[in-house]
Design a protein around this ligand. Sequence first.
Ligand SMILES: *Cc1c(COP(=O)(O)O)cnc(C)c1O
Length: 368
Amino acid sequence: MAYPWSVRPLVESFEPYQPGLSMEEIRQRYGLSKVVKLASNENPFGVSPKVAEVIRNAAAYAHRYPQSGNPRLVRALASYYGVDGKRIFVGDGSDEIIDLLIRVKSEPGVSNIVAFKPCFGLYTTQTIFHGCELRQTPLNSDFTHDFDGLLSLVDDNTSLVLITSPDNPSGRLAPREKILEFAKKLPSSCLLVVDEAYIEFAGDPEKVSVIGDLETVPNLAVMRTFSKVYALAGLRIGYIILPEHLADCMWRVRLPFSLNIIAQEAAIAALADAPFREKSILQAEKGRTWLSEKLSGLGFEVIPSHSNFIMVKPPCSPKELNAYLLENGYIIRALSSYGLPDYLRISVGTDDDNHELISLISSFPGLK
Ligand SMILES: *Cc1c(COP(=O)(O)O)cnc(C)c1O
């Protein structure tokens, strides 16, 4: 069909993001009363009651525009991390930050962006959408990060290198020293972005995060989110600490009101709610250890995880196992879209979810 309007030809090559079946769809399709979603690395405890209260109160201000630049949230983050607020940028989820950073830092048709394969889907879609060349090198076969391979793709037109640690979907942590060594080898115009969406689950922050190295490594940025440990995925709040000049550039072009009033107040309250954060971290650590042991015992290959999920290779058809779990109300993540059709990713749930999942898997007829 011919349309009278024109569209960037590139746009026709995109497909809408496929989030998988919703809990409601699964409930209806299989006539289930209870559905458990362990597919999107969400926090199994739900929203902290303290934060829920703040969200209810913030509803009274929904008729107001947010303060442009979200200064209250920026100040809270600056004080929490002891960094200058001028280096902080906040966005409508990490998604908005990645999208904007690519556009701020890259020249269409000239710049290239370097990442691992597989990587977070948004790194690749936004790079291509903004007319930049995407360069990818495979992770090692055990899913550890191959920094030499990554470096071999970098040249003077590389605007960004995007890495995730702990990685999604493998759960592997890149050693901090390796990241720093790699950053120092990059051309000074190239920014290394470390996406630390899951770093809170990875152990002692001083040892595993590069956030303390931002002062000494000038071309380094660290991105984090309120979607995982803070249980606010639905409100869309991400932040990045980056060189002051780049933060300033991001603010110049960000849509003025992208991070809404309710999200901002929820984020400030969540940051202050240390007991909930600690409880969530403990659950991820305890749950992934328990699930890993049980699944190894059932013959699964388990990739060692530093995160709130585990990636596994079942000793049976992953497709059939996934279908069986769905029929019984358990949604986990197939990884074909990451190019890993032999693997599955399971988010750590509550103790009850985890126990029920393991007994379900144990009873799967396809498991010999
Ligand atoms: C979940 C996740 C994020 C967080 O994205 P938001 O847009 O902040 O919800 C970022 N990076 C990776 C790799 C993730 O898995």
